[in-house]
Design a protein around this ligand. Structure first.
Ligand code: NAD
Length: 303
């Protein structure tokens, strides 16, 4: 016990002040917002300048709502807080421009292994030596992404949840090569931006999705077999297990197509694992464009 305590206290935790985020979509914009609101300098990068413009608008809107709650009786203070936070964010279309200044680079681009590997490979050349690289991937292996760089000891995963400004949880993922200093810095970063970090290894789905996706798929299999209706399964899990939302309503909310994408990827990587088996009903729903809430139809009708 004593030696491990000594080890932790002698570790060097790099203070993260400059954050670069690549991908300014749903997740990247949210990450930029929480980092800027915590006083960090943020470089937000996207290949599309339209996406950057949309991100800035979205952040300003969301910050406005937060500031109203934070300073309910002082409009001026609320406005100043929004302006100061927005002033912390610089936008770029070329990731190589701000990379040299970043203490950490968080990637939140398209969920495609080759595209992510290519980005990190290019950044590895231009980023400073101490810079930590982190991916926000939901379903890809962090180790497979990190292998495109020469800094696997300074590589990890930071898996945020949507909507980022509201969701407290942050899964902090270490690969076998992640150094203790890197891991400690990522944990410290998570706390500084107001998140509750949990540590996990680089396994499919980390903690939340690894439990949630097979659970939702099992509920779909119950529907497929005709064991119970979607409404009864959802009511049962809400009233019987104390969940806020049932598994099928949840799948409609997160997207049936996203569920299929994740389970198919895991099945391909580990075909004999019984909880990674694809579902005929999910495949059929995706073929018919029944993606859940966003398409108006899923296990329920939203039109
Ligand atoms: P999104 O489509 O909203 O945004 C992705 C952005 O990345 C787009 O603006 C796109 O222009 C940009 N982009 C794509 N390729 C790029 C490149 N090579 N260089 C620079 N910019 C590029 O996607 P999202 O929902 O924000 O997801 C981003 C990542 O976060 C994915 O890996 C996803 O798995 C992960 N994630 C998503 C969620 C979620 O709930 N949506 C939750 C956790 C993690």
């Amino acid at each position: 016990i004593h030696s491990s305590v000594r080890n932790i206290s002698s570790r060097k935790i790099s203070k993260i002040k400059d954050v670069m985020i690549v991908g300014s979509g749903l997740m990247g914009a949210g990450i930029a917002q929480v980092a800027a609101a915590a006083g960090m300098n943020v470089h937000l990068v996207d290949q599309s300048s339209d996406a950057l413009e949309r991100a800035k608008e979205q952040i300003k809107d969301s910050m406005g709502k937060f500031a109203k709650k934070q300073f309910p009786d002082d409009k001026q203070k609320a406005q100043t807080h929004v302006q100061e936070t927005m002033g912390k964010i610089r936008c770029h279309t070329d990731p190589c421009v701000p990379a040299g200044q970043a203490d950490i680079i968080i990637e939140a681009i398209v969920e495609n292994l080759e595209v992510k590997r290519d980005l990190f490979h290019r950044l590895d050349v231009v980023a400073a030596n101490h810079t930590i690289f982190a991916s926000n991937t939901s379903s890809l292996s962090i180790g497979a992404i990190a292998a495109s760089t020469s800094r696997r000891d300074r590589f990890g995963g930071l898996h945020f949840f949507s909507p980022v400004p509201m969701m407290k949880l942050l899964e902090v993922i270490r690969i076998d090569q992640t150094s203790d200093d890197t891991f400690d810095s990522m944990m410290e970063f998570a706390k500084t931006i107001g998140k509750a970090p949990v540590a996990c290894k680089d396994t499919p789905g980390f903690i939340v999705n690894r439990l949630l996706i097979p659970y939702m798929c099992e509920a779909v299999r119950m529907v497929e077999r005709g064991d119970a209706t979607p409404a009864d399964i959802d009511t049962a899990m809400q009233l019987g297990a104390g969940y806020k939302i049932g598994p099928l309503a949840l799948m409609d909310f997160t997207g049936v197509d996203l569920g299929k994408h994740i389970i198919d990827g895991w099945h391909k990587a580990d075909p004999t694992n019984p909880v990674f088996q694809p579902s005929g009903l999910i495949d059929k729903m995706v073929r018919e464009g029944k993606f859940g809430r966003k398409s108006g139809h899923g296990f329920y009708d939203y039109s």
